[in-house]
Design a protein around this ligand. Sequence first.
Ligand code: ADP
Ligand code: F6P
Length: 472
Amino acid sequence: MSRGSEFVVVANRLPVDRTVGADGVPRWRRSPGGLVSAIAPVMRRRKGTWIGWTGAPDEELEPFEEDGMELYPIAQSAREVELYYEGFSNATLWPLYHDVVAPPVYDRSMWDAYVRVNRRFAEAAAKVAARDGLVWVQDYQLQLVPRMLRELRPDLRIGFFLHIPFPPLELFWQLPWRRQILEGLLGADLVGFQLPGAAANFVRLCRRLLEARYVKQDVFWDDRVVRARAFPISVDVGELNDLVGRSDVQERVQEIRADLGDATVLLGVDRLDYTKGITQRLQAFGELFDDGRLKPGQAVFVQIATPSRERVEQYQLLREEIEQQVGRINGEYGEIGFPVVHYLHSSYDRAELTALYLAADVMVVTPLRDGMNLVAKEYVACRKDLRGTLVLSEFTGAAAELKRGAFQVNPYDIDGLKSTLMDALEAEPAEQARRMRTMRRRVIENDVDRWAHAFLSELENPAARPGRDESE
Ligand code: ADP
Ligand code: F6P
């Protein structure tokens, strides 16, 4: 046990997925989503091990190195992928934690698989971590790992970060396994959330459900203090700056603009997920043509949607709905060679995404609920030119930091969304610059390095001693 990794990240996915190219050759490619975008740069800078799943069922692989990181694969059988990943993680927890925007499924066999797979991750971390090492567990798929790991390795310092919202008591209470989840999280020394409100929800639940004593956001449990804190996650500003400065990226921006004609370009970049409010934004955009407030040729919408969780029913339904919507709008208002909505169901590399951000006049980010939303921050980080506007849902974590510069919107209010899109489309360059400058200040000051540093230094050196016990 004297050897091993001093720093271990445990996440459902490895930062790379195995894909097979058109030439039939298997390759590793960066995994989708905000978690990987945020942790991969931190991981590359610290010598550590990342424990996670390769994204394919029944794949048993030895540890390997890729992209400057030590990777330790965890296998999942096809049945476990169905019950633990698609099931309990993404058909139960995901909708429950996102305001039940889709109905959560409560199924005991899914729960059993969640426990089993969480144990496998905990056992791997117990094996890989050096004595007194630091283990950082990520996200809702692994909420039981902190407690399981503490039972196996009480010497470790354990942090947990939840990348998605943490629901209020009134919703969390639905969960048949609510107690086990809370006790799982309480195995950590530090539980991190995106926003202070989520940390407050967690402490309130510990008090009501477990009758735990607490002081402010310190919970007393099992003769330990568990700290709940907010650490709003961010983006790698340095990486995006480098991409913006590349001549091939700038050339690509010109190409995209030339392909889209003279139209004002609205852009959406998301995983294809029902929490992202894609149908609401397309409805608003389509209605602007129906109302005659926009004319074909005046504006185009480019919607990039990364395929995600494609075997989960709600995701299949969403895909069908979006494809119908896009078909209807283009059928009504498109012309040969000039659709008004460009819908791309695909994943792109960072350079192409950067070029798209730079080519867009209006970035449209309209989730019904989102823990943070890194796309909004990536757009702002790329716009050194102080051009472009951001339409941002009030229900994203990012709105807490960007509300002064963004055009804020309630995505459930289609009329409000329509007029906000028009305001953003029509903003003069001086207003664009003023808003963008305000947002850039926040994003540049609080980039992903600062986020990781804040979390890890709080884990290593608790900032404050607990004060008066408010539960007594
Ligand atoms: P989530 O974690 O729910 O997917 P975020 O907006 O926080 O949402 O993070 C999404 C991340 O995935 C961002 O870093 C974004 O650049 C990346 N991403 C989103 N769509 C695509 C795409 N089509 N191709 C490549 N990367 C994408
Ligand atoms: O950021 C939320 C999150 O669910 C991450 O945990 C995950 O890595 C990412 O989105 C992508 O989701 P998935 O791993 O299900 O493709």
